[in-house]
Design a protein around this ligand. Structure first.
Ligand code: GSH
Length: 320
């Protein structure tokens, strides 16, 4: 990957993290503050105060865009979209189709945002990033926590009262997000980034065991935690959306495609067709982002033409 890492505020180009057995292990993110409805955390939920930095190719970033859309937070929380092709300085802003330049910090590269928050920052320069315009710093760069804040803290600001973390299901939702994280959401990266046969086979086996398991859960209920859409579905959806177009070929996650799983494939289309979600999906950025940016996996940077998929085809999930 033409990617790099910050070390004490200096950009170093190097390979993505792997341990000595060839396994990929994502680094923990470092900005972990919380926005709260009452402001007790120092970051009060307010319209116009926060800004979101995303990449449309990135599944983690898409989670936050989906919550922003489903909750009706578009006017309250601004957004900038980086170029899907990573530059030799990491994520960059451009004027390419589907991008939105940085109207808040007027940065050229995402690394500038991290350095504004901490001039001595060491770590990866990732999206999504939630920026506080008032304090001039990063609130949080962990998608799972950002979606929770959007879902539960923007009371009276969010235009929709859709609740994706309902009280009665909270434990189940957290458990489900945990269960799909390493095995599926990171599992596809663990397969694709593995540098030994053993690490790859372990990851791909665990990935498909888990897809099989959720295929069976989805044969008796509409969504992962029952018959209502929750944050857990958003977390799985972003991986399923990219699966057949990117992870199947590029990351060698090729025991089966999502279209081969009747329940997962219908479930994927059900969520895609849920009002507000389709607008956050950009298959062009997704395909070019992965295939062009990850040159250690795809050195000639050729972007596959297919597969032909129709996410708008009628689904059968209203049977529940
Ligand atoms: N744990 C983070 C992961 C974010 C992440 O890894 N984003 C990727 C894009 S898909 C990224 O920005 N990678 C750049 C890099 O690692 O250099 C989250 O869920 O928000």
């Amino acid at each position: 990957m033409t990617s790099g890492t910050m070390v004490d505020g200096k950009w170093k180009t190097e390979l993505i993290e792997r341990d000595e057995s060839g396994k990929f292990n994502p680094m923990a993110t470092q900005f972990r503050d919380r926005i709260t409805a009452d402001g007790s955390s120092g970051f009060k939920a307010e319209a116009g105060r926060y800004h979101l930095y995303v990449c449309l190719a990135c599944p983690w970033a898409q989670r936050t865009l989906i919550l922003r859309s489903l909750k009706g937070l578009e006017e309250a929380i601004g957004v900038s979209i980086v170029d899907p092709i990573m530059s030799d300085q990491g994520w960059a802003f451009s004027h390419a189709l589907g991008t939105i330049p940085d109207s808040v910090n007027h940065a050229q590269y995402m690394q500038e945002i991290y350095l504004k928050a901490n001039p001595k920052y060491s770590g990866r320069i990732t999206v999504p990033v939630l920026w506080d315009k008032q304090k001039g710093t990063i609130v949080n760069n962990e998608s799972r926590e950002i979606i929770r804040m959007f879902d539960t803290e923007f009371i009276g600001i969010a235009k929709s009262n859709l609740d994706l973390y309902p009280l009665a299901l909270r434990a189940k939702i957290d458990e489900t997000i945990d269960a799909i994280y390493m095995s599926i959401n990171v599992g596809v990266y663990r397969s694709g980034f593995a540098t030994t046969q053993k690490a790859y086979e372990e990851a791909v086996t665990e990935l498909f065991e888990n897809l099989d398991r959720w295929e069976s859960v989805l044969s008796v209920q509409r969504y992962l935690c029952g018959n209502q859409l929750t944050e857990a579905d958003v977390c799985l959806f972003v991986t399923l959306l990219r699966f057949d177009s990117v992870y199947y070929g590029h990351f060698k996650c090729n025991l089966r495609r999502i279209v081969d799983y009747p329940n997962l494939w219908n479930y994927l289309r059900d969520i895609y067709q849920y009002p507000g979600i389709q607008e956050t999906c950009n298959l062009d950025h997704i395909k070019r982002g992965y295939h062009i940016s990850m040159t250690q996996i795809n050195p000639n940077r050729i972007v596959p033409k297919g597969p032909i998929l129709n996410f708008e085809e009628r689904h059968d999930r209203d049977r529940f």
